[in-house]
Design a protein around this ligand. Sequence first.
Ligand code: CAO
Length: 414
Amino acid sequence: MGKALDGVRILDMTHVQSGPTCTQILAWFGADVIKVERPGEGDPTRGQLRDKPGVDSLYFTMLNSNKRGITLNPKTEAGKKIFTKLIETCDVMVENFAPGAIDRMGFPWETIQKINPRMVYASIKGFGPGPFEDCKVYENVAQCTGGAASTTGEMDSVPLVTGAQIGDSGTGIHLVAGILAALLHREKSGRGQRVTVAMQDAVLNLCRVKLRDQQRLAHGPLKEYPQYPNGEFGDAVPRAGNASGGGHPGWIVKCKGWETDPDAYIYVIAQLQAFPELAKVIGHPEWLDDPNFNTPEARLPRLMHVFCEIEKWTMTKTKKAVMDILNPLNVPCGPILSMKELAEEPALRATGTVVEVDHPKRGTYLTVGNPIKLSDSPADVKRSPLLGEHTEEVLREIGLSDADIQAARQQGAI
Ligand code: CAO
């Protein structure tokens, strides 16, 4: 049985992180992804944050698995012809250049649609139409302008960006959804369409609960926030430290060894239905009969005290021991796992979420495989292409002769 996207061909003009994460997932679903890079230079990430001299960086290899790679300059005469052929023969084109760059190459959406009316044309930009639409955007700019930074961090401290790449990879995932919807729609309409996702919009979408809180603020203090009951609330949602964004309060508490191990912590959620067991196990069974503690409303102004008491107990145990005790009691909790622990976790290796890949120039390396599991279409993670590795192969497939290829090479088009 083939893969879910077998037969779908992607013209991948993406670079850096946001766009490549999108096309990598499409490749894992089985699409034939042809990554187009500038001759001689390639995607800038090939050379960024290099750990080994002269080989493609992990930044590049971990974002471009399972793709074929060609070099092509669509700004040359021969390049334009080849690019037009690629548009004719592909189903989806994906790009995340700065605003206007594709138009300056001579291929605005109207032209692409004329060449191939079935083409789904998908773009990522930093912002949608509005005052910032012409701006270039990187990850942290999106986190700052999409509401994540203003709502992340300790109360009374500076805004913080998060390590999760919600601006880049988060937008890439949104684009995957848009592309798949457009492909499905094409089955009925026979026509492609334009799919656009702005990084600011994707981050705001992921910060949806904070816009919820912004509106709740008009009706009184946010009682689950650490500012309640003694702190001040202004007119915008404040930073809430590690408070839970949901209906059940939670916090990060120290575990045994925290003095020397920066990851000896666990997140504990004082879920309503599990609270009696939690109170008992930490040595506070009297809370269950105490009107100051025996309802969620009564606990709200005392949440920091509740978590201090939970912490006194967790500090006597390792995070694994806390997990082993709290999970059977149905108390939702999760240890702070370091990247080292995740890289070494056998269960993640077994499911293919963390995989080892072999690369001819750099040797083996670890990467994150496809987190989206399809029962009939398992992802088989393959290494990223070398710069221009598949140029001739792809050009022959779209009908170029040896002489055409030679001429394109002489022009610097490939
Ligand atoms: N052949 C010839 N030229 C090529 C080419 C190719 N194969 N591929 C790209 N180029 C050219 C572009 O046409 C553009 O030229 P002009 O500006 O002269 O028209 C030029 O390379 C630079 O492209 P760019 O402006 O997209 O790249 P940049 O490094 O200056 O900016 C980035 C990078 C990411 C800030 C910008 O692309 C952007 O804002 N993208 C949209 C938002 C986004 O996806 N950001 C996430 C990036 S990951 O953090």
